[in-house]
Write a protein that binds this ligand. Structure first.
Ligand code: KG4
Ligand code: ZN
Length: 347
């Protein structure tokens, strides 16, 4: 039995997770503590890197304490440490990496510098067990929108497609701002959309033409189309039907994401789709993915919302997969890499 400590600080969430790796390779979640600085960024409409870094610094030790209290174990029970070393905000990543190095040195335990995006995929294994190989992953967060072929979480992630401009979550956050809804925009748009008519406005579906890159995404045009539509209404002195705009925007996002994911799985002959990252918490995305996967005979896996957004448990889970596969730990002089490619699962 092995206990893995996971540390996450790539954006505005300080996450500490504890996962037990059983002798059969099964994972058990012992603790998942998150401290968010989201409220400090809300009035800026996006994450302010310096503010996030300082918040991580303040939250790291208390969050660590809460995680060990919840799990009812001691620091000395930890067998290995996994920390997000990229991609993400440089200053924010550095806080987690420095903390992880300090714990690894003090405890004399191996340290794994791991990829945040691979962690989002690993999150699902905490809830639904090992991933079949290959699995197609649709990773949709505030910073990324990607389709990935996953042949193994300890090595073997290949990008099939990605966004050429805004990430899906970024589009949610920007559209929320246009609609006067709070940051981050995903949850309030999701809520408003449930009251609105998704067919009210025909917003564009980016990169869905016959000559477009079939597995890449584009959300910038959609975001601009929503902004123009709202501006035109306001110029005419008309009230903006927020619920209908939210529902129509959300439908366009969910439609494109699920259509491309199902097409990729079908064309590549992959039988399982896992959807993860903050936007995977979206109710319409899950509903449409379930409908389309069922019709195409694809198994769909979506972690519970708490595991979709940034957390330390997913990094601990990824660390556990590396330990189980006998992957070599990282060197103690590892550094944060804000642009770490998804194919680099550990450094
Ligand atoms: O994965 P995540 O927590 O952080 C990053 O790595 O970026 O994702 C955050 C993003 C934000 O853009 C947020 O608006 C979006 O996930 N999000 C949602 C929902 N909950 C969070 N988007 C749509 N629907 C939701 N229910
Ligand atoms: Zn994330």
């Amino acid at each position: 039995m092995t206990i893995i400590l996971g540390i996450e600080s790539s954006c505005d969430e300080t996450g500490v997770g504890l996962v037990r790796l059983g002798s059969d390779g099964g994972l058990e979640l012992l603790a998942d503590e998150v401290a968010s600085s989201v409220e400090q960024h809300a009035r800026f409409g996006g994450v302010v890197p310096e503010v996030a870094s300082r918040a991580h610094l303040e939250a790291m030790v208390p969050t660590m304490r809460r995680a060990f209290d919840t799990a009812g174990i001691a620091l000395s029970d930890v067998d290995a440490i996994a920390v997000t070393c990229g991609p993400g905000l440089a200053g924010a990543l550095l806080v987690g990496v420095s903390a992880a190095k300090a714990y690894a040195m003090a405890l004399g335990k191996p340290l794994y510098g791991v990829n945040h995006l691979a962690g989002h995929i690993a999150a699902d294994t905490l809830e639904h067990g090992p991933l079949p190989a290959p699995t197609l992953a649709l990773l949709v967060s505030g910073g990324h929108s990607q389709l990935l072929r996953v042949d193994g979480l300890a090595g073997g992630i290949t990008e099939i497609g990605s966004t050429i401009d805004d990430a899906a979550g970024e589009a949610y956050d920007k559209v929320a701002r246009v609609l006067g809804l709070p940051y981050p925009g995903g949850p309030p748009i999701d809520k408003a959309a449930r009251r609105g008519n998704p067919a009210a406005i025909a917003f564009p579906r980016g990169l869905t033409g016959p000559r477009d890159a079939k597995f890449d995404f584009s959300f910038s045009g959609l975001k601009t189309a929503v902004a123009r539509w709202v501006e035109a209404r306001e110029r005419d002195g008309e009230e903006v039907p927020v619920d209908d705009v939210a529902a129509s925007f959300q439908e366009a996002v969910a439609d494109v994401l699920t259509a491309k994911a199902v097409r990729a799985a079908t064309e590549l002959g992959i039988g399982t789709l896992v959807v993860s990252g903050g936007v995977a918490a979206n109710s319409r995305l899950k509903e449409l993915a379930a409908e389309r996967c069922a019709a195409a005979g694809i198994e769909l896996r979506v972690p519970r919302p708490r595991l979709c957004t940034d957390n330390g448990a997913m990094m601990a889970a990824l660390g556990a997969h590396l330990v189980a596969a006998g992957v070599k730990p990282s060197s103690l002089d590892l550094s944060a890499d804000p642009a770490l490619p998804v194919s680099t699962i550990s450094v």
